[in-house]
Ligand binder design. Structure first.
Ligand code: GLY
Length: 320
């Protein structure tokens, strides 16, 4: 199911205990634990951080949170965290969610301004409140009450790009699709599953627009008995079909991860009544057995897969 495997020996060397690479078929069929899988090539650094944290602390939740923080802090990444593209008003509004499969607890934030690590605020919502989703000013007030530090999220580079876009007097919400959201899911050696998702959302979105990333069953879903799935791409196309919930349900009914991701895209394409080339939806999934997979509609889509003895970028099944 996977094509064009790219093996990163340099980065692999940084993974503790690496001695050999797992052939692709074996990795997908009988993956070892711990296992971390994330969207896009920048997900490799996040997954490596997650493994390091898990090996040092034993906490899968810390591993997921701190792994995603790496992508949020990466200025080269223009749709997650600091340096993310702003909305149509030139304001960076971040979305994130966090879910623990062992307890079925979850937390989310949406439209969060001036806090660089929405994934950490989302985890705090899960751990410190009775709620699941906090938005806008309420989310920011909660972050402040929890001692998170404020920071300007709009970089000079993003400001210039936004000004150039604005000068063309575009229609509201009209912008080229960017979809570099990080979704990261993990499984430890005890069978504990967890995941998180973080994004600045579509570039130049309408102020207040919330995508799939903070929505459980949209950008992320984790079921401690079955597996976990994450998404990147145009959130509206994912949310209308509860894409990641659908993938987990397909796995519950016996599909392996890649098959489940592909089946979800087929279902969404049918529901959306749009050509596949217009969907821009990309998924990853892991199951409780430690099998991983992915499928997407974008040729550029890659997933990072890290275990204690391998760290690779994989080309998921391309749905055309
Ligand atoms: N998938 C990210 C978004 O649509 O906001």
């Amino acid at each position: 199911m996977f094509l064009n495997r790219r093996t990163f020996t340099a980065s692999v060397g940084a993974v503790a205990g690496l001695s050999q690479l797992i052939p692709i078929g074996r990795a997908n069929a009988n993956a070892s634990t711990p296992l971390f899988v994330a969207t896009w090539n920048f997900g490799l650094a996040s997954c490596r951080k997650s493994l390091e944290v898990l090996q040092q602390s034993g906490s899968l939740l810390d591993a997921v949170e701190l792994g995603i923080q790496v992508a949020e802090a990466d200025l080269k990444n223009d749709s997650v965290g600091v340096g993310g593209a702003p909305n149509a008003d030139g304001v960076v509004q971040l979305d994130a969610c966090f879910m623990d499969g062992a307890t079925h607890r979850a937390g989310s934030v949406a439209g969060l301004e001036n806090y660089p690590h929405p994934i950490s605020v989302a985890r705090r919502v899960m751990e410190k409140t009775k709620h699941v989703l906090l938005v806008g000013d309420g989310a920011a007030a909660f972050a402040q009450s929890q001692g998170f530090k404020k920071q300007e999220l709009l970089t000079e580079e993003q400001k210039k790009k936004w000004e150039a876009w604005k000068s063309k007097q575009p229609a509201p919400g009209a912008a080229p699709p960017n979809h570099d959201t990080i979704a990261l899911v993990g499984l430890d050696a005890n069978g504990h599953l967890a995941g998180g998702c973080s994004t600045s959302g579509l570039a130049y979105k309408l102020a207040g627009r919330v995508g799939d990333s903070p929505i459980l069953g949209g950008g992320l879903y984790v079921d401690g008995e079955v597996g976990a799935a994450g998404a990147t791409g145009i959130g509206e196309n994912i949310m209308r079909s509860c894409g990641t919930f659908l993938i987990v349900e397909f796995m519950r009914n016996g599909m392996e991860p890649t098959q489940a991701c592909k089946a979800a895209i087929d279902r969404i394409a049918k529901s959306e009544r749009k050509p596949i080339s217009e969907l821009h939806i990309n998924f990853l999934a892991i199951d409780k057995k430690g099998r991983w997979g992915g499928a997407g509609t974008d040729n550029s889509y890659e997933i990072a897969v890290v275990t204690s003895n391998s760290a690779t970028l994989e080309k998921p099944f391309l749905v055309k």
